[in-house]
Design a binder for this molecule. Sequence first.
Ligand code: ZN
Length: 228
Amino acid sequence: MQSRLQPAPTIVQLIFEQIRAGGDRNFGYLLADRDARQGVLIDPSYSPEAFVQRAVDQGITISHIINTHSHPDHVNGNAVALERTRAQLASHPDAPGTHDVVLADGHELHVGALRLRSLHGPGHCFDHLVIYEPTYKLLITGDLLFVGKVGGTRTEEDARTEWDSLQRLLGAVPDDATVWPGHDYGARPSSTLALERQSNPFLRCANVEAFLQLKREWPAFKAQLGLK
Ligand SMILES: [Zn+2]
């Protein structure tokens, strides 16, 4: 029989919404602790008012706007979202422009009882962050990892950097974490790390050379399979 004296685990009333922002099938996120009435918006681009309204409707105060990376399609809603929420902007220290809160690799942002860990994952973009919430095992991957593919890279050097970031991610985050990407590019809008490890051709590469080759062949491969 279990002792009744054991402390009850901290249960957060989670709010987690994947929001279709517009643009190029962009996804942004509302993540909040309903009890604490505190939350964050991640990449509230194209339709920042709709993101803010989701929070307002549920009585949530947005403490931070977090950017996964500085590409325009992820940050174009910042000004409006910041103005409407009076929140602080949080991004990687190398991100251009001003930010109120620096999320360097390994930093943890506390929002109510939620812990948002930042992992630096360059390659697609030099200032790219992945956000991981360990209690609910939510992995917000931005444009580093999509369902069934990975972020585009401009040079071989960037592709090698991306490979390193992906390998590090696979080592740092448990397999049953759910994957929440920055675009709806896959067969489904979210995934798990285990499923991506098994089925994502870029994660199935045995080494960086195979990864680079797949990147080179990808446009032809995509056309062959009729992928968008
Ligand atoms: Zn991007």
